[in-house]
Each structure stands twice: as structure tokens, then as C-alpha cells.
Design a protein around this ligand. Sequence first.
Ligand SMILES: Cc1cc2nc3c(=O)[nH]c(=O)nc-3n(C[C@H](O)[C@H](O)[C@H](O)COP(=O)(O)O)c2cc1C
Length: 437
Amino acid sequence: MTKKLHLLGFIQNGVNSHATGMWRHPQDKVNWSFTDPAYWEHMARTMERGLFDGMFIADELAPYTTHEDSSDATVRYAIQCPTHEPSTIVPIITRATEHLGVGVTLSTAFEHPYSMCRRLSSLDHLSDGRVAWNIVSSYSKSEWEAYGQEMTSRADRYERLEEYMELCYQLWDSWEPDAIVADAETGIYADPDKVKVVDHEGQYYKSRGRHFVAPSPQGRPVLWQAGSSPRGRDFAAKHAEAIFAVHPNVERMREYVDDLDSRLPKFGRDRDSVKYLFGVQTVVAATEEEAQAKYERIKACIPLEGAMAWMSGHFGLDFSTFDPDDEIQNIEVPGIQGLFESILYAKNGEPVTVAEAAIIYAQGMGMPVLVGTPSSIVDQLETYADEGGADGFMLIATYTPGCFEEFVDMVVPELQRRGRLRTEYTGSTLREHLLEQ
Ligand SMILES: Cc1cc2nc3c(=O)[nH]c(=O)nc-3n(C[C@H](O)[C@H](O)[C@H](O)COP(=O)(O)O)c2cc1C
């Protein structure tokens, strides 16, 4: 059976998303501003026109400070900066669409589970069941500095996260489905016997009270996660309904999928309860030459110092202290492990220098860059799906909204022609769409 693919548009609520320097590309946000609701409405409608499952709004909580122990380069080159709060745009996106889901990245590091659950349940109501939560716990020291707290170890962050989720599940499950009676005659709105008082006293969190939001259409948001260390993979295998990863080639994708598959049974999960989505960047045009010229134009926007600042931010190591010709294979990083691996293997295992790594990373986080015609791009996506085990892709933005318009106008019809993409939405909630085979 031809496997159908799931698509997400990967973006941030900021002037520049993940492809460094795109804000200065001549086709970026022409007559649009990311601060304008009309821009988000247009982005959402474009993705819905392409029958995407959803929009994936990435986030971090403060400008990176790792490069030269300062955020100067982050600010100077718009390295994911400025970035505005992501949940504020969710109702704009879902109000402009009928089917498109939206996954919002919210960190557990500085927010109590009680308010996190309340916010997500409220958004699930407003969107009629189209919200996902990308669970992160703040990997960057700049975030901890901005919140005036001592950064904790990865192991500790995952420990806390487990307890965080335990409390979230209790809150989301605390209203029985028939708790609301709404009997105007008797004046009884809800039956308190069917709304549990959660009483949690754990190692990291305490909470006593009832969830303040009535059961939302999906019951709880769809859970997304992108942890990539061994501990992160276990967390994802236990909790996530969509797992994201970045791998530069099909062999690495396959290894990742096999590894995750082997972890699912430990947590009583079967393969149908989760989707593996890989990051890709596409640069599409009617001819290969045209696509290549477009790609060169995109790469020309990347400032090396900005690229270094971004790589330093994500990997928690000041790469300005290394020689640009040093090989990254010899370097250990405390930051996002899985993304570092994407550049370690970017040249099929050949050594990659610090300067090369910065440029590869700055283009799109080490994701495979598919440059070509709709047909050659879909060939490659099919290989990732059939041989690599991908259930779908998160499409990293270059210039916006143009890159998504081009994908929807050119690549989506080719995917549909080959039976790889739905031709209409069939469910109503994001979970239904995502878990569709
Ligand atoms: C594709 C991808 C996207 C991610 N997006 C975010 C993000 O938007 N915000 C964030 O704080 N962390 C993000 N992360 C980081 C992870 O969610 C995770 O917290 C981090 O990788 C540390 O865990 P690990 O060491 O297990 O990988 C992303 C990671 C990957 C692989």
C-alpha cells in the first residue's frame, strides 16, 4: 500500500525562523509583517490549501548568549531574534482555517503544570480540537539566565519532565465526560463528584485543585516531542504522538526509526499510535537550473558570524573559541544532541570543519535540502518514507510565505498525483488527521 505522508510547516513567531539570514532575502515577507494577524491567517490558509496536518511553531525563551558569552551576534543577525510568544497566534491561525492543526512549543522549565494545562485546554476549546503541544524543557543557558535560574542538567530536566507530565495527565483526565449537567431547572451546572480534586505532592511539583477548564474536544492536546538523546528518545517513545527528528540521509533516518520502534513496547505503545516526522528543506522550481539558482540566492543571505552564533546557541558551546578548520567530529556538545548529529553526518561521515558546520547548520539545522523540480523532490521524499521509515515531514521555512506557497502550488499536486497526500481532510481534530494512515 502506498504510504500517505503527513506535512507540517515549521516556523517561528518571529522575524526569522530557522534559515539564517532569510529576513533579508528579497522575497521574504514582501508586503507582510509577522506582527500582523493577516500574515498568520495567510500562512495558515496556505498550509490548509496544501492539506498539511498543521503548522509547527517552534520557540525558545530568550536570545542565545553562548557565542562570545554575549547575545550581540544573536541580535545583530536576527538569529531567531526577535521571537514573539507562540501561543498568542494560535487562535488567529485556527480561526482562519477549518482543519489545520497547530503545534505550539511551550517550555515546562518556568511554568507550573497547572497553568500549562489550563492554557492548552483553553486553546483546544478555541480551536475545536486542533492543538498540539511540543514539549520542551529549555536546553539553552540564555533561557535560564533570562528567568534568573540556575540551569539544571539534562538528566534532571527529564526527571522533572516525567513528573510534570504525570500531573498534566491527572489534570486533563480529572473531569469525567458527563460531569457537566447544565440543568437550568435545578440550577446545577456540573456534578462535583465527577470533577476530581487533583492532589499531587511530588519531588518537584505540588498541586491541589480541580482543573479549571472543562474537557476539551481532544481531551488533551496532541503531544509532540523532539528529544534525541537516549533519555529524550525514551521520553518521546513514552509520551509523544508525533516525534520529530533531523537526519541528513536515509540511512540515519532508518536507524532512528528502528531505534524508536524498539523503545515503544517498553511503554505499552504500538507503532500506530505515533508518527515519525523528519525535517526537510525544499527549494522548488520548474527546472533544476532554476532551483539551483534559487538555492544559491538563499545561501548568499547567511552571515558566517550569525551562523556561528546560532550553532553555539543550539549546542551550548562557544564555537568562536575553536579554529574554523577544527573538525567537529572531535568536539562534544552539551546542547541539542540530535541536531549536532545532523551535521556530524552531513558529509556522509567525512570530517566536517567548524566553519562548514556553521554554514550547513545555518541553512536549515542540518536537514536535507531538496533542491529541484516537484518530481525530483517527491522522488526523494518517497525514498525517505519507504526506505527511511518517515511518516511525514516538517518543512523548514526559507523565505515566507513564499516557500510554503511554492510547496503547495508545485509539490503538493505531485504528492497527490502519486497517492502520497490526502486530497481532502476527513477527520475534524488534529489527532484524527495526524494518526490517519
Ligand atoms: C527538530 C527539533 C526541533 C526542536 N525544536 C525545539 C524548540 O522549538 N524549542 C526548544 O526549546 N527545543 C527544541 N528542540 C529541542 C528538543 O526538544 C530537546 O529539548 C532537546 O533536544 C534536548 O533534549 P535531547 O538532549 O534529548 O535532544 C528541538 C529539537 C529538534 C530535534
